[in-house]
Design a binder for this molecule. Structure first.
Ligand SMILES: NC(=O)c1ccc[n+]([C@@H]2O[C@H](COP(=O)([O-])OP(=O)(O)OC[C@H]3O[C@@H](n4cnc5c(N)ncnc54)[C@H](O)[C@@H]3O)[C@@H](O)[C@H]2O)c1
Ligand SMILES: O=c1ccn([C@@H]2O[C@H](COP(=O)(O)OP(=O)(O)O[C@H]3O[C@H](CO)[C@@H](O)[C@H](O)[C@H]3O)[C@@H](O)[C@H]2O)c(=O)[nH]1
Length: 440
């Protein structure tokens, strides 16, 4: 089929590339000319494992193209995906200005009947709003069909998730659109669940809010574990053996970050508030997460009294491993806090240093390697569980650092590893390790 994808961010680019890999002819449209020019040169503007080679293969096969022109992009499209951003506004509600702008452009340039698929995460009722907006402004009187098809990919494993996701959700009001979409995805061995549009829009927010709840719940459990001398890693394993609970998303840490959970939980609060519903549980999930993001600083202050003048290495800056995305990364709040407290901060991330420079305080310096970051540091904060960080030889670390005190926000190491290496090690929901012994 001929497909146009509007927006070439994490979702749009991955969607466009994967659909072309399935044999469809895809043109990706973005208003950012720099992005389109990079893409045309066969370079992915985002770090996403496996994406760039797949993109190049499909460009070479003549199935994938990029443009800034809506007119060109929409000229032969049978299916139009909307994948532009829906960032948070000041009050937490979703900013739909990019969606509205795209609706206007579709109305101006659409020349023949098309299925319009909203993949962006949008508040309940947005598909209806977009349909009315386009129909109200159509330059040519053609039929449009709306489909809500929320995206569930995770950054860092986006290509894998697209080809092997748990489910595809299709929200539509007519059977023909449902069968067009089912046919489109028929090469993927992924269960398809078709429902009405409003429920489909809600499934996306409910799913993210539920996963965020799991994380905040485990973070609170970890805080209680610390006070009682229990080990949150063991607790999570024991809980996860119950199939009703499941063993995923039980990892305690320094809170969830990224472009989705923080934004979508706040948006769902607003969506509920708009219909006069006070979503108390979700409010707590958000509050717990805000506190958890800076929990390592509390631990450091408890240990040292002050961090003024201490040289602190932040290991991992992106919000999770295998991505360069810094949106709502816990490292942002942590770096700001440490700088305000008078610490000297040096950051290291295998791929996100460049992006971090734009969002972390200017006082933060950057290292090219883990060794450079840890060299003569008083304290190390582990913020992202990159494989390279979890593979560190702690004995070696103790030789590089001045004081060899680690605060691990991702529980990358076992307590035995830390004790054997002779580092002082404080992690999440577990006993601390003194240089010679374990202590509570
Ligand atoms: N990032 C994720 O992992 C993820 C996963 C699932 C769902 N989502 C949702 O998908 C949507 C997109 O997220 P993202 O992370 O890909 O966003 P992004 O910010 O990375 O990309 C959005 C792209 O849209 C382009 N754009 C904006 N307005 C445009 C216009 N009028 N015409 C053409 N292009 C335009 C921007 O230039 C940008 O390249 C959001 O609603 C998000 O919540 C994101
Ligand atoms: O047990 C866990 C799992 C995750 N996290 C944190 O939660 C955040 C989000 O992680 P993850 O869900 O893996 O990454 P995202 O790319 O943000 O993906 C989420 O957000 C996307 C955008 O909506 C959805 O499409 C995905 O299904 C959903 O998992 C990260 O900061 C993780 O460190 C934890 O703290 N503990």
């Amino acid at each position: 089929m001929n497909i146009a994808v509007i927006g070439t961010g994490y979702v749009g680019l991955v969607t466009g590339v994967c659909l072309s890999e399935l044999g469809h002819r895809v043109i990706c449209i973005d208003q950012n000319p720099d992005k389109i020019s990079i893409l045309r040169d066969g370079i992915s503007p985002i770090y996403e494992p496996g994406l760039e080679p797949l993109m190049i293969d499909n460009m070479d096969a003549g199935r994938l193209d990029f443009t800034t022109s809506m007119e060109e992009g929409l000229s032969s499209a049978e299916i139009i995906y909307i994948t532009v951003g829906t960032p948070p506004r000041e009050d937490g509600s979703a900013d739909l200005s990019h969606i509205s702008q795209v609706a206007d452009e579709i109305a101006a340039h659409l020349q023949k009947e098309a299925v319009i698929v909203i993949k962006s995460t949008v508040p309940v009722g947005t598909n209806e709003y977009v349909k009315n907006r386009i129909e109200g402004m159509l330059a040519n009187p053609v039929r449009i069909r709306m489909v809500s098809n929320p995206e569930f990919l995770r950054e860092g494993s986006a290509v894998q998730d697209t080809f092997h996701g748990d489910r595809i959700i299709i929200g539509t009001e007519d059977e023909e659109s449902a069968s067009i979409m089912e046919k489109l995805y028929s090469h993927l061995q992924i269960p398809v669940y078709t429902t009405d549009i409003r429920s489909s829009e809600m499934i996306k927010y409910a799913s993210n809010a539920f996963l965020a709840t799991k994380i905040s719940f485990m973070n609170e459990i970890s805080n209680v574990c610390e006070k009682l001398g229990a080990d949150v890693e063991s607790v999570a394993i024991g809980m996860g053996l119950d199939k009703r609970i499941g063993n995923q998303f039980l990892k305690a840490g320094i809170g969830y970050g990224g472009s989705c959970f923080p934004k979508d939980t706040k948006a769902l609060m607003q969506i509920a508030g708009n219909v006069h519903y006070d979503f108390k549980l979700l409010k707590s999930v958000i509050e717990v997460n805000a506190d958890q993001q800076t929990i390592l600083i509390g631990k450091a202050l408890e240990r040292f009294g002050t961090v003024r003048g201490k040289r602190i290495a932040l290991l991992g800056l992106a919000f999770k491993p295998n991505t360069d995305d810094m949106r709502e990364a816990p490292s942002i709040a942590i770096a700001r806090h440490l700088i305000n407290l008078g610490a000297e901060v040096i950051g290291y991330d295998p791929v996100a240093n460049g992006h971090a420079e734009h969002v972390l305080p200017v006082q933060v310096r950057y290292a090219e390697t883990l060794q450079e970051a840890l060299w003569q540091a008083d304290v190390g904060f582990i913020l992202t569980e990159w494989a390279e960080i979890c593979a560190l030889d702690l004995h070696q670390v103790s030789l590089w650092m001045r004081e060899a005190v680690l605060f691990d926000g991702r529980n990358c190491f076992s307590l035995g590893q830390a004790a054997a290496a002779g580092v002082e090690y404080h992690s999440i929901g577990r006993k601390s390790v003194a240089k010679e012994r374990l202590f509570v």
